[in-house]
Design a protein around this ligand. Structure first.
Ligand code: GLY
Length: 376
């Protein structure tokens, strides 16, 4: 018998830029022509049926004008499209169209597009680069940064995927002009979560400015400054965590605040409930649990519930999903350990609970059920 050591030691630099601005398509094309990604001869814009008409063709034409070889692929808009089947369909189309290792994907859209296109890029020809161009507040706040990519399955959300960083992220505030109110609320949901995790001053800032964000008066100079500041803070809070624990071995779990119940609600509703709405309900569930355990005061609990109400997000289930179904889905979630369910909790507002060396603690079904019954 012989043992052979296979030594593969890697020093990897996955650093990338996140650019926040207003109408960045020209900048993206300029960056590409200046070598943002090297050894690429073919680009695939992956987008959804809403964004294609609004922005996809503009980008496609700009790139064609620059003499770049580019095709656009569209999936139907909505969370229900984040499937293995859609990924496979895009892969087949791209293979047919001659996309090989010297290709690059531009994910143009919200979180569904950046998650699916990022996963597609990560596995296509064993990995090609992806550039994220976030057109939604939710993607700007969370999905487009940090490298998480995935598809959903009927079993649960995001169970199949990889963590692979994009080459650059563009956050285009102009594209927010075409977002519906619900999409602004979705972005606010993850934004409030970030404030609860890491920054009480940011939380206070959101309380003071949430009405301006919702009013969306583009003539108000303050409005764009507020959006830009919110984007910066979201990125700062998220990358501070991701750069310490990219692969979610510990600290990054804290970014799942509100998501244990939130994702279960999303799946239990058959993806009828939007991610932001589900996270809002999940945030309420975790703060009620945290209050019962003494991690937050009554005042802090009420402030968090109030800010979600102020954002126009749901704080009570109101028949959106059945409790039994939510519990079933929660047990199916990937954070389950030996029948108990793992939760991360905020400590007051702007800090997270730590349990010895762990960032999560296990909670049993009866404790969760009790809280969900209060939320009816
Ligand atoms: N959305 C949570 C994370 O990126 O870790």
């Amino acid at each position: 018998m012989k043992t052979i050591d296979v030594k593969i030691e890697k020093i990897i630099n996955n650093s990338y830029e996140i650019e926040i601005g207003y109408n960045l398509f020209g900048k993206l094309v300029y960056d590409i022509t200046q070598g943002l990604v090297t050894n690429v001869h073919k680009y695939a814009i992956v987008t959804d049926s809403n964004v294609a008409g609004l922005y996809g063709y503009n980008l496609l034409n700009l790139m064609i004008k620059q003499g770049l070889s580019v095709e656009m692929y569209t999936i139907p808009a909505g969370e229900k499209s984040k499937t293995r089947e859609n990924k496979a369909e895009l892969e087949d189309k791209m293979l047919e169209a001659g996309f090989r290792k010297d290709s690059c994907i531009i994910a143009l859209g919200g979180g569904v597009v950046t998650d699916l296109a990022g996963f597609l890029a990560a596995t296509y020809c064993r990995g090609i680069p992806v550039i994220n161009y976030a057109t939604s507040f939710l993607a700007a706040a969370d999905a487009s940064i940090g490298g998480k990519t995935a598809v959903d399955t009927p079993f649960a959300t995001n169970m199949i995927g990889l963590i692979v960083q994009p080459r650059k992220v563009y956050i285009d505030l102009k594209t927010w002009e075409t977002l519906g109110e619900d999409q602004i609320q979705n972005g606010l949901s993850e934004t409030i979560k970030h404030a609860c995790i890491a920054d009480i001053n940011f939380f206070d800032y959101l309380v003071a400015n949430i009405d301006t964000v919702k009013e969306r008066n583009r003539r108000d100079k303050m409005y764009l400054d507020i959006l830009e500041y919110i984007c910066q803070k979201n990125i700062e809070i998220k990358y501070n965590i991701v750069t310490q624990d990219e692969q979610e071995e510990g600290l990054r779990e804290t970014l799942n605040l509100g998501h244990t119940v939130g994702r279960a609600i999303e799946a239990a509703s058959g993806y009828e409930i939007s991610h932001g709405n589900a996270v809002s309900l999940g945030m309420v569930a975790q703060i009620l649990l945290g209050y019962n355990r003494g991690y937050v005061t009554d005042e802090q609990k009420n402030r968090v519930i109030e800010i979600y109400n102020k954002a126009g997000l749901p704080t009570a289930l109101g028949g959106r999903a059945k409790i039994e179904k939510i519990l079933d889905k929660m047990y199916a979630d990937k954070k389950v350990r030996k029948g108990k369910i793992k939760f991360v909790f905020q400590k007051g507002i702007g800090d997270m609970m730590v349990f010895g060396e762990q960032f999560s603690d296990t909670v049993d079904g009866t404790e969760i059920e009790e809280v969900l019954r209060i939320m009816i």
